[in-house]
Design a protein around this ligand. Structure first.
Ligand code: S3P
Length: 419
């Protein structure tokens, strides 16, 4: 059995959320191709429709009719954010300066994730926001005029950075966000491409209040690097594989995983580089490789945060020790991903040990396979699904459907590549 052939990935989830939200602030019709088909992005689409933004899909292409500087209407329903941290956090920033009264709700997992990291800085800008136990969803927001903020983030978070910048688009003055490490910069790239006044100086980003609407865009969303990462891991691990992934987003702030697996000895080549609206895209070719353990340092974490469960899996098959530190943010994702990955891989016989801020792994060890507790977390489900390709017994997931959050059809795509 090998992974052979080539595929294209669904559109990048982070970029898809942003494309829907930012085009709402434009003064024309935007055309979005290859929008991520998962439930999270559909949640953002519904939230915007709920706020009066006309969005239509025709032949797989999504059209957003921007409404200019003040496009939002009072929503009829609460903004139901489902499982999506990006919807909840970015929409709070987007709506904070608009004349709407909204309630944000979420599913069981999202209702346990911290929201104060977003609404505290928004409150400092003057936003009217109240939260359950001062921290969690449901959150009530009443939009009003804001003033600018100069904010030092305590951790590198693209969601929080983006929420503040979005609020800054309607705040009086210049809003600056400083980050302790580089986090994904899709917000900065897209706002620049759409004509906002935005300045990036190292880890510091400044936006000016919008004086005119953003420009509409025609955008083919790059393939999701975080989705590509599952196929990269699979091709590295499954013997005799040779796989090509077409049109993958390789924004430098997203590809920490690529660099890490190359350091582990992964054979990956990059071809056909191009750039659209500031986002780099390329084809990747991956071949089965002998891997060795590595150390992941805190400053690398933000650029591979969503791929760390895959690093854990690869480390179980790598020669020597792999150590990940400074990754405590993993505990507040869709699940506590440190606990989730360590529990599953150790139940399968791996030598993986939990740390408060990460994990360490001694490899290589064979994996037994069998039952997987997904914690209803799409990335845990897909990681263990890949692990099941090299384990003695197949992986049996307690909730395989949770992959629909970011990648409906993931398992069919994977099966189609196996020869
Ligand atoms: C995201 C940022 C990251 C990431 C999440 C998507 C985004 O979260 O884990 O999957 O689209 O901005 P944080 O910014 O909270 O680290």
């Amino acid at each position: 059995m090998a992974l052979l052939g080539e595929i294209s990935l669904p559109g990048d989830k982070s970029i898809s959320h942003r494309a829907l939200m930012f085009t709402a602030l434009s003064d024309g019709l935007s055309r979005l191709e290859n929008l991520n088909p998962g439930a999270d992005v559909a949640t953002t689409q519904l939230a915007l429709i709920n706020c009066g933004i006309p969005i239509e899909e025709k032949h797989g292409v999504v059209y957003v009719q921007g409404g200019g500087l003040r496009p939002f209407k009072q929503p009829v329903h609460a903004i139901e954010c489902g499982n999506s941290g990006t919807t909840s956090r970015l929409m709070m920033g987007l709506l904070a300066a608009h004349p709407v009264h909204v309630q944000f709700t979420g599913d069981h997992s999202l209702s346990k994730r911290p929201m104060d990291r977003v609404f505290r800085p928004l409150q400092q800008m003057g936003a009217n926001i109240f939260a359950h136990e001062r921290k969690y969803l449901p959150v009530m927001l009443s939009g009003r005029d804001l003033w600018a903020l100069d904010y030092q983030l305590p951790y590198a978070s693209a969601q929080v950075k983006s929420a503040i910048l979005l609020a800054g688009l309607h705040a009086k003055g210049e809003t600056t966000v400083k980050s302790p490490a580089f986090s994904r910069d899709h917000t900065e790239q897209m706002l620049k491409a759409m004509g906002a006044r935005i300045k990036v100086k190292g880890r510091e980003v400044t936006v000016h209040k919008l004086t005119k609407p953003l420009k509409p865009i025609d955008f083919v969303i790059p393939g999701d690097f975080s989705a590509a990462a599952f196929f990269i891991a699979a091709a590295l691990l499954v013997p005799d594989s040779d796989l090509i992934l077409r049109g993958v987003g390789i924004n430098p702030t997203r590809i920490g995983f690529l660099k890490a697996v190359q350091e582990m000895g992964g054979k990956i080549t990059i071809a056909n580089k191009a750039k659209h609206h500031g986002e780099a895209v390329a084809d990747l070719r991956i071949r089965t490789s002998r891997l060795k353990g590595i150390q992941i340092y805190p400053e690398q974490v933000a650029n591979l945060i969503d791929e760390l469960p895959l690093i854990a899996l690869l480390a179980t098959q790598a020669e020597g020790e792999t150590v990940v530190v400074g990754a405590e943010e993993l505990r507040v994702k869709e699940s506590d991903r440190i606990e989730a990955i360590v529990t599953n891989l150790s139940a399968w016989g791996a030598k993986i040990f939990e740390r408060p801020d990460g994990f360490h792994v001694e490899g290589p060890t064979p994996l037994l396979g069998g039952v997987v507790k997904t914690y209803d977390d799409h990335r845990i489900a897909m990681t263990l699904g890949i692990a099941g390709l090299i384990s003695k017994l197949p992986a049996v997931l307690d909730n395989p459907a949770c992959v629909d959050i970011s990648y409906p059809g993931f398992f069919d795509e994977l099966r189609g590549l196996l020869n």
